[in-house]
Design a protein around this ligand. Structure first.
Ligand code: ADP
Ligand code: MG
Ligand code: ZN
Length: 626
C-alpha cells in the first residue's frame, strides 16, 4: 500500500549545508586569505638567508618552517625542512629569534570571526530550523523526521493494489447493493446532481465481528477506482492530548485534496463512544478527537465527492451525534450470513484451494449454522491443512466436516486419556443429550456424537443440525432445547446415581435460554410481553442488564429455576422410559467413540435387546464426584 506523504527536506540536509560551508571556509578560504602574503621558498634559499643573517624570526612547525626577513617591512616566507640535526645551532649562531610567525600575521578580525561569530550563527540557524519544523507539525500535523505525532498515518489504497472486489465478498447482498450506490455516485456524480439527490456523506457498516465489514470497505476501494484512505479508530488514540484531533484534521485535509475519494475509519467505536460526564480524565482526549471528527464531517462539502465509511461492531455505544443525518446517515447492516450466504462464502474461499468432487457445500453450510464469514474462511483453510497433513492432493467432505468441529470445539486431544469410568460417564452424558433431543418433537436431528476430547475442554459433544435455516423458535422448541441441554446431566444421575462437573456448560446455556424466555421473549404467563432486560450489545453477545424492580428480579429468578427444573423433570422422564436404549446406545458410543446420526437413529428405532444385555458396568464407587 502506498503511503501518502508530503515531500519535505529532512533536517539532515540543513546540517550538511552548514558543514559544507564550514569545510570550505576552513580549508580553502581562510588558508588563501592568510597565505596570500606568504612566499614559498626552497630549503637551500632559506639556509643561504640564515647564513647571510637576513632572517629575523623563525617558527618551526614539524616539517614546515615559517620565517621573516629583516627588511623594513618584514615579509613572510615558508619552506619545507629536510633532515638537518644542526639546524637549531645554525639558527642560533646567525642570531635568529624563535617565535610565532604565521599567526601573528593573521587578521585579528578573521580570528574573532572564526572563534566566536560563526559558532553562534550556526547555533542560531539550527535552532531556527528546528523550531520552525516543530511549529509546523504542531500546527497542521505534517511530518518531519523527529516528531510525527500529528500525522494521520492513513494508508491510501488504490484500486489496483487491493485487488479485492465485490466478487470476493459473498452473501452480503444488501450491503453490497447499498455500497454500490456510493461507488456509482463517485463515478457519475452528475447523474445524481441532475435530479437533485445528495449522496450520503457517510455510511456505517455495523455487524458482528468477522462478517466482512473491513473486507467490504476494501472491496469498495477496489471497485470505486478512487483514492481510498484507511485508518483504524485506535490509531487516533495518542499519548499526547490534542494529537488525536490533529490527526483527524490531517486526514480530512488529505481527503479534501484528493477528492473524489473514500475515507474508511475501521473500529470507529474506539473514538466514537458516547460522551458522558462520568468518565475519567483520560476521556478528554477521546472527546476532543470525536468533536474534531464531528466538525470535520459537517465542514466538508459532500458534492465534492468525499465519502466516509466506518465500521463497528458496537453501534449501541456510538455517540448519537455521529449517527444523525448529515454524518453517518446510512447504516449498512452486515449480519451473520444465512444458509445461502454461508454456502457462497465457503465457495468463494474454496476457489483458492483444491476441492474433491464429493464436497457438498450445502451440507457444510447447514452444519456450520451461526458461523461468521471469518470462521467459514478459517474452516476452509483448516480443511486444506488437514488434507495436506494426510497427504492428499485435494480437500474432501470429511476434511470440511472435521474442520467445522475444529473451529467450534478445537482440535482433537489425542493424548488426553480418560479413565474407563470417566469415558463411560461422558458416553452416557452425550447419549442423554441425543436421546432427549430425538425423543422430542421439534428438535433438530442429531448428526454426530463423539466422546473424543477436544482442546476447547469439551470431553465430548452431540451435534445437532437443522434441516433448514431457522429464524424463529417457538416456546415449545425453546423448552425442548432446554430439556435437551439438561439431558446429559439426567443420564448421569439416572445411571450412576450421582452427578459430575461435566455439565457446567449445559447449565450455563440452559439458564441463559430460560432467562431470555422470561425477560426478553415474553414467554412467561406471569409477565407476558414485558421487556425486563435489555441487551447492551447485540453483536458481541452477553451483557444484558435487568431493568426491573428487585422484587421482580427475585420472581424472575424463581421462574428461571422452575423452567429449568421442569425441563429437567421432562428429560428425566423421557430417559427413564427409554432406559434400555440409553444403555444400548451408550455402550455403542463407548466402544466406537464417534457415531453418526444415522447409526444413532438405527439403534434407536431397532427393536430393543433383552434387558440384561443392556446393563452398564457397575460403577458404584463414584458417589463423590460432583
Ligand atoms: P470484520 O471487519 O467484519 O470483523 P473482516 O472483514 O475482517 O471482518 O473479515 C475477516 C475475514 O473473513 C475476511 O478477510 C474474509 O477472508 C472472511 N470473510 C468475512 N466475511 C466474508 C464474506 N462475506 N465473504 C467472503 N469472505 C468473508
Ligand atoms: Mg474489521
Ligand atoms: Zn452436556
Amino acid at each position: 500500500m502506498k503511503k501518502v506523504q508530503k515531500p519535505r527536506k529532512p533536517l539532515i540536509v540543513y546540517y550538511l549545508i552548514v558543514l559544507a560551508v564550514l569545510i570550505v571556509f576552513n580549508f580553502i578560504v581562510f588558508p588563501m586569505m592568510t597565505r596570500g602574503n606568504i612566499e614559498e621558498v626552497d630549503y637551500g634559499t632559506f639556509l643561504t638567508m640564515v647564513d647571510e643573517k637576513q632572517v629575523s624570526k623563525v617558527q618551526l612547525e614539524g616539517e614546515t618552517i615559517y620565517f621573516t626577513d629583516k627588511s623594513e617591512t618584514p615579509r613572510q616566507y615558508e619552506t619545507t625542512r629536510f633532515e638537518d640535526p644542526d639546524l637549531v645551532n645554525r639558527l642560533q649562531e646567525s642570531g635568529c629569534e624563535f617565535g610565532r610567525v604565521a599567526e601573528e600575521q593573521m587578521n585579528p578580525f578573521l580570528s574573532m570571526l572564526l572563534s566566536l561569530v560563526i559558532p553562534i550563527v550556526v547555533f542560531i540557524v539550527i535552532g531556527q530550523i528546528l523550531s520552525r519544523q516543530l511549529m509546523k507539525k504542531m500546527g497542521e500535523g505534517s511530518g518531519g523526521p523527529f516528531m510525527q505525532f500529528g500525522k494521520s498515518n492513513a494508508k491510501m489504497y488504490v484500486q489496483s493494489e487491493t485487488g479485492i472486489t465485490f466478487n470476493d465478498v459473498a452473501g452480503e447482498d444488501e450491503a453490497k447493493e447499498l455500497l454500490t450506490e456510493i461507488v456509482d455516485f463517485l463515478h457519475n456524480p452528475q447523474k445524481y446532481q441532475e435530479i437533485g439527490a445528495i449522496c450520503p456523506k457517510g455510511a456505517l457498516l455495523v455487524g458482528p465481528p468477522g462478517t466482512g465489514k473491513t473486507l467490504l470497505a476494501k472491496a469498495v476501494a477496489g471497485e470505486a477506482g478512487v483514492p481510498f484512505f484507511s485508518i483504524s479508530g485506535s490509531e487516533f488514540v495518542e499519548m499526547f492530548v490534542g494529537m488525536g484531533a490533529s490527526k483527524v484534521r490531517d486526514l480530512f485535509k488529505q481527503a479534501n485534496e484528493k477528492a473524489p475519494c473514500i475515507v474508511f475509519i475501521d473500529e470507529i467505536d474506539t473514538i466514537g463512544k458516547k460522551r458522558d460526564s462520568q468518565g475519567f480524565a483520560g476521556n478528554d482526549e477521546r472527546e476532543q478527537t470525536l468533536n474534531q471528527l464531528l466538525t470535520e464531517m459537517d465542514g466538508f462539502d459532500a458534492s465534492k465527492g468525499v465519502v466516509i465509511l466506518a465500521a463497528t461492531n458496537r453501534p449501541d455505544t456510538l455517540d448519537p451525534a455521529l449517527l444523525r443525518p448529515g454524518r453517518f446517515d446510512r447504516r449498512i447492516p452486515v449480519e451473520l450470513p444465512d444458509l445461502k450466504g454461508r454456502e457462497e462464502i465457503l465457495k468463494v474461499h474454496a476457489k483458492k484451494i483444491k476441492v474433491g468432487d464429493d464436497v457438498d457445500f450445502g451440507a457444510i453450510a447447514r452444519a456450520a449454522s451461526g458461523a461468521s464469514g471469518a470462521e467459514l474462511a478459517n474452516m476452509v483453510n483448516e480443511a486444506a491443512l488437514r488434507a495436506v497433513r494426510e497427504n492428499r492432493k485435494f480437500v474432501t467432505q470429511s476434511d470440511l466436516e472435521e474442520s467445522i468441529e475444529v473451529v467450534i470445539a478445537g482440535y482433537q486431544k489425542k493424548n488426553k486419556v480418560l479413565s474407563t469410568k470417566e469415558k463411560l460417564i461422558v458416553a452416557y452424558h452425550e447419549i442423554g443429550h441425543a436421546l432427549v433431543a430425538a425423543l422430542q418433537t421439534n428438535s433438530a436431528p442429531v448428526t454426530k456424537i463423539t466422546i473424543i476430547p477436544r482442546t476447547s475442554g469439551a470431553l465430548g459433544y452431540t451435534m445437532q443440525v437443522d434441516e433448514e435455516e431457522r429464524n424463529l423458535m417457538s416456546k415449545e422448541e425453546l423448552a425442548n432445547k432446554i430439556a435437551t441441554l439438561t439431558g446429559g446431566r439426567c443420564a448421569e444421575e439416572l445411571v450412576f446415581g450421582s452427578v459430575t462437573t461435566g455439565a457446567s456448560n449445559d447449565i450455563e446455556q440452559a439458564t441463559k435460554l430460560a432467562r431470555a424466555m422470561i425477560t426478553r421473549f415474553g414467554m412467561s404467563d406471569r409477565f407476558g410481553m414485558v421487556a425486563l432486560e435489555t441487551q447492551a450489545n447485540p453483536y458481541l453477545g452477553g451483557d444484558s442488564s435487568l431493568s426491573c424492580s428487585p422484587e421482580t428480579a427475585t420472581q424472575i429468578d424463581d421462574m428461571v429455576v422452575d423452567t429449568v427444573k421442569e425441563a429437567y423433570d421432562k428429560a428425566m422422564a423421557l430417559l427413564r422410559e427409554n432406559q434400555g436404549k440409553l444403555h444400548e446406545l451408550a455402550k455403542y458410543l463407548y466402544e466406537k467413540e464417534t457415531i453418526t446420526g444415522e447409526e444413532f437413529m438405527n439403534i434407536l428405532t431397532q427393536k430393543s435387546l433383552p434387558d440384561e444385555e443392556q446393563k452398564p458396568v457397575e460403577t458404584s464407587d463414584n458417589a463423590n464426584i460432583d
